[in-house]
Design a protein around this ligand. Structure first.
Ligand SMILES: [Zn+2]
Length: 320
């Protein structure tokens, strides 16, 4: 095969020295005696002896490579002493070989997030759709260390719209906010903008919530309260303190729920209010907060999802 034409080859690969067969060794796992394809990773002296047809079936990149006519006299990849040099590190290629040949095989649940992400990256690089699907499906069980900004980054890298939707929710409900969640990852500019829009919508909604005393008249406990006037006065007075405090909430909107429960319990202005009526107030604020949160998260999540779908016509939808 002609290494200069293949998509997996690089022009900047060292021509001599690195090619000296003296330093080559058989790969301890991925070396088959009847192999017809010899490969070498860029950072290791191990030779992978594998099968042309198999690599072509798994990888569209290999398949494309093998369709180039082989020039006479050039036999790269067909013998041990003259392997095809892959522009890939051995660790990454090992991960892919582990998927293809099932040697040292681990079940999905025994694979770490990093292993699955490594498999996803190399699968994408060498265009191995089955391996990429496997990695994406496996990551579903890794929400403890695959979420927020990291998940958003890979949602647009691998093209998984539903990850974009759920990561939006995770980021917007996080106390760290968009800045805190996404600072480590180079999130797509368009998606970053959508997240910031979602965040400022939440701030807006919090301001509206802070300004208006909740109308509790549709609640039976509140409207039938034997000391309704007293409770109403306490609410008006208490809200003078509570409203501005709500307005200063930064980060996750659900903090508002915690703040309201705390203030209603501790502020002297709320003391004259009957316990049951205080509960009505806290429950109502909680419901409003949840409604706002769900609405904003859903709207921002759908936009992020649509953005990823647009960038990736062959999107992978795996998450429930
Ligand atoms: Zn009352």
């Amino acid at each position: 095969m002609d290494i200069d034409n293949g998509p997996i080859s690089g022009d900047d690969l060292p021509e001599q020295g690195d090619k000296s067969p003296a330093v080559y060794k058989r790969h301890p796992l991925y070396y088959f005696e009847d192999a017809n394809l010899f490969l070498k990773a860029q950072d290791s002296g191990f030779i992978y002896a594998v099968y042309k047809g198999m690599m072509a079936k798994f990888s569209e990149t290999f398949e494309a490579c093998f369709t180039f006519p082989q020039p006479q006299g050039k036999e790269e990849g067909t013998i041990f002493d003259n392997p095809i040099l892959l522009p890939i590190d051995a660790a990454a290629f090992d991960v892919l070989c582990s998927f293809i040949f099932h040697l040292g095989w681990k079940s999905q649940s025994n694979r770490s997030t990093d292993e699955l992400l490594a498999l996803g990256r190399i699968s994408q690089f060498l265009q191995c759709p089955d391996a990429l699907k496997f990695a994406i499906a496996g990551l579903r069980f890794h929400s403890y260390d695959f979420n927020g900004g990291k998940k958003m980054f890979y949602a647009s890298t691998f093209g998984v719209p539903k990850w974009g939707y759920s990561a939006t929710r995770e980021i917007l409900t996080s106390v760290y906010g968009v800045g805190g969640c996404c600072s480590e990852y180079s999130i797509d500019m368009k998606i970053h903008k959508l997240l910031l829009e979602g965040e400022s919508n939440l701030v807006c909604q919090i301001q509206l919530l802070a300004r208006e005393i909740p109308n509790l008249d549709d609640d039976a406990v509140w409207s039938n309260c034997p000391q309704k006037d007293r409770c109403m006065k306490a609410l008006i007075k208490g809200w003078e303190v509570l409203g501005p405090a709500i307005g200063q909430t930064r980060g996750a909107i659900r903090q508002v729920k915690v703040l309201v429960s705390m203030k209603v319990e501790s502020e002297a202005s709320f003391a004259p209010m009957r316990l049951k009526c205080r509960e009505v107030l806290c429950t109502r604020v909680g419901q409003v907060v949840e409604r706002i949160e769900a609405f904003v998260n859903n709207a921002a999540g759908e936009r992020v999802k649509a953005c990823i779908e647009q960038e990736h016509p062959e999107a992978y939808d795996v998450e429930d």
